[in-house]
Design a protein around this ligand. Structure first.
Ligand SMILES: Cc1cc2nc3c(=O)[nH]c(=O)nc-3n(C[C@H](O)[C@H](O)[C@H](O)COP(=O)(O)OP(=O)(O)OC[C@H]3O[C@@H](n4cnc5c(N)ncnc54)[C@H](O)[C@@H]3O)c2cc1C
Length: 537
């Protein structure tokens, strides 16, 4: 067993973790960033389009922070955590300027330009040059220059507490095959979203953002777990790559979505301006069209009516077309198959505006946090939240760390012994098969369209997988299955509780939005039982 010490431990090397690290290291705290893969690699951030929504000195003079707030609340079905939204919209202009100082470049160069994204009433979305991957590489270099300690290829499997307070973490380092313990005065979970819960996702392979489960085991509250955002358009056809389709510019200039009978889905549902469709309503519409008696019915995006002249004169349209063509999708020549996919998790750990959870010395940032986006996130706001709450939590954690002492090493012995046992134990059931089974249950029973009976069956099926005697070549696979089951359970339970449809949560048995559900569901483990609370937004 190898032991490390840090004032501030940050779990996760994506955008939120990197911003938290820069903030904590700049405040001279001894900061360690731990990731399952490499800092800045195989994260959702690295696959992101790099869009950041903010009101800045370069924005339309008629735009305002207040409008950004209103749009975010409306997009989230008005149950977003108001304090977190206020903080995000008020702070992102400052951090946008900070990013420019740090060397981040946006489309438009010296005078960054904005684009329109559905859900925003003004064009206020800035595209970072080189997308998420480039942004991460730059932030990683800054962390290196600040002498941050990197612990890579290390999966955190448990947090450790002394009394109520989180005092560090235990994990497995894949390259050296060692159990590691990290003694920290404060821990920030920036573990991203659990994309791998669903079989159709563009989040990276192994996107196991189970901060929810890690946090809940220490007594942390989670919120809004029922809200999983399915982005409507991923290329989904044999022989073509699974990639993201930026639907808004394509639909604005004449693209259409056709069902299995070749009928226009927009005509069928009487949608006049499909390019303005938000992700939630669009995905629900497509999911309904996919239901078939003998199995799933295909859907197609037909862009053949888009005029060449429009592609030449409109940069958003040109970049959407070229992005697809660069991956061999024959966008100008013929229609191609599409499907919605799991894109983002609105739920996560409940925090205050500085990233503090209800558990002493435990903070969270980025997609691991719930509540900011309410029932549905609008474009570019995930980056805004990662940046604002990444920087804020890093600073708050750094300040907190000066007020406490590290725990003694003996407190880690039991958790690390249990981990060693779990690594050495070899069962008979392939952990990867169990993972696929969880994915199937989540897609079929707790996917885009939900109803009570299906979710009850889903919950029972998930429970039947508990206690499976797992085997895997790479111990990480079997170690993560229990965390995956915890997170799947909490999503299902929250989705069963919310007896209405709102944002990304669509109940076939309760298709209307209801006034009495203008509240948030928060869950917390208390003496082994799940305690449910309803909170005002
Ligand atoms: C295809 C796609 C495009 C997108 N484009 C945009 C966009 O343009 N703009 C926007 O605002 N949003 C976008 N989003 C959403 C946005 O990219 C994410 O919400 C955001 O990048 C999440 O950042 P994060 O730092 O919270 O998590 P991530 O970037 O996912 O990083 C999580 C980190 O945690 C690590 N980790 C997880 N669990 C553990 C563990 N147990 N132990 C150790 N390490 C662990 C991972 O290895 C990883 O390093 C997009 C999403 C997708 C899927």
């Amino acid at each position: 067993m190898v032991t490390y010490d840090a004032d501030v431990l940050i779990v996760g090397g994506g955008l939120a973790g990197l911003c938290a690290t820069i903030s904590s290291s700049s405040n001279l705290s001894k900061t360690m960033i731990v990731t399952k893969t490499l800092v800045g690699a195989a994260t959702t951030t690295s696959l992101a389009a790099g869009v950041l929504s903010a009101v800045t000195p370069y924005s339309d003079p008629e735009d305002s922070v207040e409008r950004h707030y209103q749009d975010t609340m409306a997009g989230g079905g008005n149950i977003n955590d108001r304090v977190l939204v206020k903080t995000m919209v008020n702070d992102i202009p400052k951090y946008f300027m900070r990013l420019l100082e740090l060397g981040v470049e946006f489309d438009g160069g010296d005078v960054p330009t904005t684009k329109f994204i559905p859900g925003h009433s003004k064009p206020r979305s800035y595209f970072t040059k080189g997308k998420g991957v480039h942004l991460q590489a730059l932030l990683r270099k800054i962390c290196e220059a600040l002498s941050t300690k990197f612990l890579e290829r290390t999966t955190i499997t448990s947090l450790v507490r002394e009394g109520e307070r989180v005092v560090g973490a235990v994990g497995y380092k894949s390259d050296t095959k060692e159990v590691v313990t990290i003694r920290s005065k404060v821990t920030i979970l920036a573990t991203g979203g659990p994309g791998e819960l669903y079989p159709r996702t563009l989040m990276p392979i192994g996107s196991s953002g189970y901060g929810t489960s890690l946090g809940m085991k220490t007594g942390a509250e989670v919120v809004d777990m029922e809200f999983v955002q399915f982005y409507p358009t991923m290329v989904y056809e044999d022989g073509l790559p699974r990639i993201f389709v930026d639907y808004s510019p394509l639909l604005r200039y004449g693209a259409d979505v056709k069902n299995a009978e070749g009928e226009s889905v927009f005509k069928k549902y009487k949608v006049e301006e499909p390019f303005k469709l938000k992700r939630d309503a669009f995905s629900v519409m497509l999911a309904k069209e996919m239901i078939g008696e003998g199995g799933e019915r295909p859907l197609y995006l037909d862009c053949t009516a888009i005029k060449e002249a429009d592609i030449k004169s409109n940069s958003s349209l040109a970049s959407a077309v070229m992005e697809l063509e660069s991956k061999q999708v024959p966008v100008r020549k013929k229609k191609f198959g599409i499907s919605p996919y799991a894109h983002f998790f609105m739920g996560g750990l409940k925090t205050d505006a500085n990233g503090a959870t209800n558990v002493p010395a435990l903070y969270a940032a980025g997609e691991a946090v719930g509540g900011i986006h309410g029932a549905n996130r609008i474009g570019g706001n995930a980056f805004a939240a990662c940046i604002v709450f990444g920087f804020r939590s890093g600073m708050a954690a750094s300040l907190y760390s000066s007020t406490v002492d590290p725990a003694g090493e003996e407190i880690f012995v039991e958790t690390s012994s249990l981990l060693t046992e779990a690594i050495n134990f070899n069962g008979t059931r392939d952990a990867r098969e169990v993972k696929s089974e969880i994915q199937r249950i989540m897609w079929e029973k707790v996917g885009i369209l939900r109803e009570k009976r299906g979710m009850e069956e889903g919950l029972m099926a998930l429970n039947s997988l508990r206690g499976a005697q797992l085997a895997s070549e790479d111990p990480v696979d079997k170690l993560l299955v229990p965390l995956m089951l915890d997170t799947a359970d909490v999503i299902t339970l929250s989705a069963m509780l919310r007896e209405e449809s709102r944002g990304a949560h669509y109940r076939l048995d309760f298709p209307e939005q209801k006034e009495e559900w203008q509240k948030k569901i928060s869950l917390k483990l208390c003496e082994g039982k799940c305690e449910v609370k309803y909170l005002p937004p």
